[in-house]
Structures are given as C-alpha cells and as structure tokens.
Design a protein around this ligand. Structure first.
Ligand code: KIV
Ligand code: NA
Length: 265
C-alpha cells in the first residue's frame, strides 16, 4: 500500500479530489478506519472529551496525546497520521511548541502536528516547520479557546472575525503549513478561504467547498448518544448496536445460555 503524504494531499487539492479525514485515538478503531480507506487519521485532542469524558479539550496532556498517537500509528498502514498539540503545550512559547512537536514525532512516530490559531502562533509554526515537521493549522471554532468564546456556536459570522480568519489562513499558508482545518464557520466564508489558498482546507461544519472533510469518528458512528449538531451526518447507530450486543450477552449469562457445550473445553 502506498502511504498518503502531505504531498499526496496537495496533489488531491490540485486535482480537485476531496480529502477524507477522521479522528482516531486507539489501535483497534484506527485499524478499521485505515483499512476502510481514510486519507488522514487525526489524533485529535477531542480524545479529552471522547475517550476521557472531560467537558472540554483543555485537560488532556502531551503524554496522553502521545499515548493515543502511538496506538494509532501502529494501526495506520496507509493513512497520514496527524496529532493535535494539546492546550498548554505550545501557546506563547515557540521553543516549548517545538519541543512538544519533537516529542510527538519521536515518541509516537506520527507524521505531523496540528495546532490552533493564526497570527498569534506564527513564530511557533515557523519554528516547528523549520525542524522539518509538517504543520496543519486550525481556524474558526478552536475548542481550546472555548472559555474565550463562551459558546460552541458558529464563528466568524461578523466581518471583523471573518477578516481575521482570511488573514490567518493566508499567513499559515505563507509560513508553510500543508493544510488548514476550518471548524464551524459559514459555508460561504469557507469557500472564499478555500479558493484563496493553494493548500487544502479541511472542513468540519464549514460546508462543501473545502478541500476535504473531517469528523470525530465516535460522532459519525453514532457512539456519542445525543450529540446531533446540524453539520454531523451519522453513518451508523453504534450506541444501539453495541448496547444490544451487551444486553444479549448479559441476558445469555443470566439465563445460563452462555457458554454452551460447544463454547467450553
Ligand atoms: O480534536 C479534534 O477532533 C479536531 C477535529 C474536530 C478537527 O481538532
Ligand atoms: Na482538536
């Protein structure tokens, strides 16, 4: 199998071929997703919510991200594996940002990193790129800033924030990022930004005009019960399927049906 690289993603953008990205946090799930043909596996800091049950992405640590990332890397035969720098591991200190990125690359074997923000983190982005580490940007609804925003609703509806996002996207491209995630912004703004860049944009809740799409895998598989934002398409209801399987097991154990004579030594 030919490995997807950042060059592959650029070629896909050039050809108008859409990029499919999903999150993954563990070996078993990443094996299924990679084998099913995903282009990019994102070890998102959404692991803080999805895997650990925290309310926000802020508590997850660099060590925990590296643990998730190394599990995903062992599973990925074809996909490019990108890892989020967690909150507190890069903001405001480009040396620390570089050290965090180097730890992720060395200790997990991942292929690149992603961080949230634009102009504010330009120095960190440059420094990481100068070390030869591919960097992906992330603009719009950046969940590590949730306490600044105060809400998870759509960003950049006002012109001032939209203009900052346009400038940030161009800046990230100019610095050398291989792509930018656009989260929860108006579809027309995402189209404008996507058309203005030569590098691919990857949207989540950002409409159909981005170079690719990303979702949290637990959301699209319907494992997260009750999380149904407008942008989410649910491809399965695993909460129900897995719940029914567990109910069947409990019932079979209680009724002495499991294990039967063929299921013993
Ligand atoms: O952490 C995450 O899952 C993400 C994606 C939603 C883009 O950053
Ligand atoms: Na993230």
């Amino acid at each position: 199998i030919k490995r997807v690289t950042t060059n592959t993603l650029q070629e896909m953008k050039n050809k108008g071929e859409k990029i499919a990205m999903l999150t993954a946090y563990d070996y078993s799930m990443a094996t299924i997703i990679d084998d099913a043909g995903i282009d990019v596996l994102l070890v998102g800091d959404s692991a803080s919510n999805v895997m650990a049950g925290h309310e926000t992405t802020l508590p997850i640590t660099l060590d925990q991200m590296i643990y998730h990332a190394s599990s995903v890397v062992r599973a990925a035969k074809r996909a490019l594996v990108i890892v989020d720098l967690p909150f507190g591991s890069y903001q405001g200190n480009s040396k620390e940002a570089l050290n965090s990125s180097i730890r992720i690359m060395k200790e997990s074997g991942a292929h690149g990193i992603k961080l949230e923000g634009g102009l504010e983190i330009a120095e960190s982005v440059s420094r990481i790129l100068a070390a030869g580490i591919p960097v992906m940007g992330h603009l719009g609804l950046t969940p590590q800033s949730i306490y600044k925003f105060g809400t998870y609703s759509v960003r950049a509806k006002e012109e001032a924030e939209a203009q900052k996002l346009r400038d940030d996207a161009l800046k990230l491209q100019e610095l050398g990022c291989f792509g930018v995630v656009l989260e929860k912004i108006p579809a027309m703004l995402a189209k404008e930004v996507s058309d203005s860049l030569y590098i691919p944009t990857i949207g989540i809740g950002a409409g159909p005009h981005c170079g690719g799409q990303v979702l949290v895998v637990h959301d699209m598989l319907g494992i997260n019960k009750g999380f149904t934002p407008r942008f989410l398409r649910q491809y399965a209801n695993l909460y129900e399927i897995m719940g029914n399987a567990v109910k069947g097991y409990v019932s079979d154990v209680k009724s002495h049906d499991f294990p039967n004579h063929k299921e013993q030594y």
